[in-house]
Write a protein that binds this ligand. Sequence first.
Ligand code: LLP
Length: 408
Amino acid sequence: MTTDKIELTREEAESLINEFGSPLYVYDEEILRKRCREVRSLLSYKGFVPNYSAKANSNMALLRIIHDEGFTVDAMSPGEIYTELKAGFKPEEILFVSNNITYEEMELATSLGVHISIDSLMQLRMFGERHRGGEVAVRLNPGIGDGANDKIITGGHSKFGITIDKLPKLFEIARDYELHIIGINQHIGSLFFDTDTYVEASLRLLEAARSFKELRFIDFGGGFGIPYRYRHLEERPDLQDIGARLEPLIEEFVSAYGRDITIKVEPGRYIVAECCQLLGTVTSWKESFGEKYIGTDIGFSVLMRPVLYDSYHYIVPYNAEEKEETVNIVGNICESGDILAKERRLPKLHIGDIIGVRDAGAYGYSMASNYNMRLRPAEVLIDRKKGEKRLIRRRESYDDLLRTMEGL
Ligand code: LLP
């Protein structure tokens, strides 16, 4: 039986760090596949195809596993399209969910045979000018959103999508340029737990879908939360409940629509977050202003989420201490905001001890940077069934930092 999240023993954590360096992203293939299968079984509708949102993690080795599990993929940029094609996705398995793109980016995707979802009436016109008679999808905004915080709620009041009241105008543009609108998609936001808003938004999308005559797919979006604070199932959104509530709505829609329709959902985080722990090393400690700071090599150049969204990640201490204390775990970046975990009760940590940051697989490496000219870490994939571990991205070198600079 697989667990819900990657678990490592102290010996494993130490030996991984010794072999691949610190910090280090470690992924467990079995858990990744388990999550893929859970999402695959969300709907029994025969035209259901889960679409992985690759912005959460675009490591090619993980993309290949997700593809192998029967997923198609979305892309947010030509760079993601490029990576996905290299990973083995066919152009028709990629949906470019665009936002404020240039003509050149449109042309690039179209020339590769990748369908684009267009995010505004203005960009639909841009597309039509170059591709009269072409096939295109549109992103709708159902007017409601959900998610962990304002920065990641996308449905309702936000920059995303074409609102439903603009449909008459949308059809006018489509007619002017003889466009075939072959798909509609939405994404109401990220990291939600309650299923009601997602189901309500899906219902709104299905209602809107009735006025499109040539749809081949409808994509309800992603955003399914994962339990960052707990180890087990307490906070997980009930995917079965979503499935059970959507299934009859979809069947009813499809039989009235009279055409075969592919139904998609588009999770990123749910697929990749929990199969990964980010390992790092304690480098220092100090007491200041009555607080204890544990310094580590996990700065926000390695994991941005806590700084950007105040996100909570559970910290696993890999040491043998029993005595606990309350500490702030901080990184090595020159900003006061560089705090990985605030006021945590943890066993006393010593220099050289390893810590693990849980649920780092989504928006971890994909949002890492070279800020402060820090090197981005390596990524390792372990396969417990085969007893194997594989380096799937090497650690950057100092030469990598200078690679794109001119005139050296
Ligand atoms: N589809 C679209 C169009 C999206 O914009 C997103 C996420 C997804 C799908 C996948 O959402 P997910 O299932 O992963 O929640 N950096 C933030 C999350 C930003 C999500 C942006 N869009 C974080 O670390 O929490």
